[in-house]
Design a protein. Sequence first.
Length: 148
Amino acid sequence: MEINLPANIVDIIAKRFIDMNIKQSMKSIVMPHWDKMLRQCRAQLEQLAITDPIQAGLIAVSSLLKIEAPEAVAWIDQHGNPVGDPVSGVILATLIGLNGPLILSSCLCDGRNDRVSLSKRLDLSVAILTMVVDAAIAFPDITSRTLN
């Protein structure tokens, strides 16, 4: 049995393969930068008191969405700072492919109930963001596939 393929099928397959290799090599160049940013964000979130929530939010948005600072500022202006605003953290989690409402629920129902008050809003937002950053570090293939 002979299969008749279009004459240019080999060219099409070769071009796709080359395009995939170029994308993959670009990811390998760019990804260490974002991985470093995620780890820097995680280190800031581990501090007992966040000294500059605006800068921490900017780093979080930039590293999670893999965008530069001007785009991160625009995102924060539109959706809020995820350091201090739990809803913004839920939106951010959802955008990178995670279940934002489930993360919020997990942070609220962790057995302590010490984050269920308006005065603990910062603590709740940091807990959400910490979980999101940890997931992005642990599962980079999920978050990078969602953003592409």
